[in-house]
Design a protein around this ligand. Structure first.
Ligand SMILES: Nc1nc2c(c(=O)[nH]1)N[C@H]1C(S)=C(S)[C@@H](COP(=O)(O)OP(=O)(O)OC[C@H]3O[C@@H](n4cnc5c(N)ncnc54)[C@H](O)[C@@H]3O)O[C@H]1N2
Ligand code: MOO
Length: 398
């Protein structure tokens, strides 16, 4: 069976993905969520011309070295009440409205004040220290686009635009089923034939970081009907994506594909030209995505990073769905690659102002100790020629 390319498999997975429904959240609960609609400014900011400094609001000087009459004060949160006439100044503070008739603000450090009058050796030019109405945003204009992840900057802007609640996408629900007779929960392993089911918690973190909600459905034994009932439980429980970890290869105890098929899966792809992660499988159970991730823990997490996390982001309507590729300088030579795209576990560093990358010592897809050391993957394209230290290579951060 020919292997499918990573690019074709990602495109097939992400084609026509339907976004989750909209829910409305208070601002304070919306951090990290993804906007379901464009957000329009409900007001103009600043709403008036405001002073950028503490000082004096003035009109143009009528003569050099002129004394202005200080006729009142404009403080933030208060209006000034009347226009300034020629030769008049108002004491003003940062964030306060600039009175009509004033066209500049002189800072107080430059003022010579005597009683109710003030003068400036060198008055500032027109427009100085005034933040004009609407320089940040104007009412009715889109300030944040649908698909934006609400980080602190976007949340602050939404609040400033006078929104108390925001429409966000429901977090995609990802059911995680570990499969294998050897598996036991973290903390419970004692026998030599037992292996800790480490991938569930690791994938859950990846899903959370992508904006999804992971649901741990535990461990299914190597038994077709047990795995089928776990999958049914995931679907009836409202999962958007059902992930089975392991059992996607060709061994006698690999039941993942047959179990999904018996539950009515419309097959998508199986077997990808990548290392690690070759046995990756995708299909559809109606609206629900079925994913079989290869069991070797590093393979699970790299296919999670390259396929599952992008699927979650696509369901959120995000624009930035696939991981970004950057460029870094190799510190060690690499041999030529074969027909599988290789994702080498590696460490990025900044050396003499350049981003450098060094593969970790061992690349076996069972070695979580190596993955935990890595902060990036070197992406070696299919049939890439040997590379020397000093060459640039593509990297993806992990
Ligand atoms: N004849 C072939 N054998 C294998 C092939 C192949 O193409 N032909 N592919 C290999 C590759 S590549 C991978 S990757 C593995 C994946 O196989 P499975 O998805 O069937 O994974 P399992 O056999 O169930 O498990 C593999 C390995 O990973 C451990 N494991 C499984 N689940 C977890 C978990 N939740 N947490 C931690 N560790 C887990 C499991 O104990 C096994 O050691 O197949 C190769 N074989
Ligand atoms: O692809 Mo497997 O994931 O090489 O170990």
């Amino acid at each position: 069976m020919a292997l499918m390319s990573v690019d074709d498999a990602q495109a097939a997975l992400l084609a026509g993905v339907a976004p989750t429904e909209t829910e409305w959240l208070d601002l304070a609960a919306a951090g990290g969520r993804t906007l379901a609609a464009d957000i329009v400014a409900l007001r103009t900011q600043p709403p008036a011309d405001l002073s950028a400094m503490d000082g004096y609001a003035l009109g143009a000087p009528v003569a050099s070295d002129v004394w202005y009459a200080v006729v009142g004060e404009s403080a933030a949160g208060h209006g000034f009440g009347r226009p300034l006439g020629p030769g008049e100044a108002a004491r003003i503070f940062t964030g306060a409205p600039v009175p009509d008739g004033a066209d500049r603000v002189a800072i107080q450090e430059d003022a010579e004040r005597q009683g109710d009058r003030v003068r400036f050796a060198d008055p500032p030019p027109a427009g100085s220290n005034i933040r004009r109405r609407g320089i940040d945003f104007t009412e009715g204009k889109t300030g944040l686009a649908a698909g934006t992840r609400l980080g602190f900057g976007a949340l602050g802007l939404a609040a400033a635009m006078n929104h108390a609640r925001l429409p966000v996408r429901r977090r995609p629900r990802v059911a995680l089923i570990a499969s294998g007779d050897e598996l036991v929960a973290p903390g419970a392993a004692s026998l030599p034939h037992q292996i800790v089911a480490s991938s569930t918690v690791a994938l859950a973190q990846l899903i959370h970081d992508a904006g999804g909600e992971a649901v741990d459905l535990g461990i299914a034994p190597d038994d077709l009907s047990a795995l089928r009932s776990h999958i049914r439980g995931a679907v009836t429980g409202g999962a958007d994506i059902v992930v089975v970890i392991g059992g996607v290869s060709v061994g006698d105890h690999d039941h993942t594909r047959p179990a999904f098929a018996a539950e009515g899966m419309e097959p998508g792809f199986w077997k990808i030209a990548m290392r690690p992660g070759k046995p990756l499988m995708h299909g559809r159970l109606g609206r629900v995505h079925a994913l079989g991730l290869p069991g070797n823990p590093v393979s699970t997490l790299i296919t999670g990073l390259l396929f599952l996390a992008p699927l979650v982001r696509a369901m959120l309507g995000r624009a930035d769905v696939l991981p970004d590729h950057e460029t870094a300088v190799l510190t060690a030579p690499l041999r030529a690659n074969d027909m599988r795209r290789d994702f080498l576990r590696a460490r990025l560093a900044v050396e003499a102002g350049r981003l450098t990358v060094t593969p970790v010592a061992r690349q076996d897809s069972s070695l979580l100790s190596m993955l935990a050391q890595a902060n990036a993957l070197i992406v070696r394209r299919e049939f890439a020629p040997a590379a020397d230290a000093g060459e640039e290579v593509a990297v993806v951060r992990v």
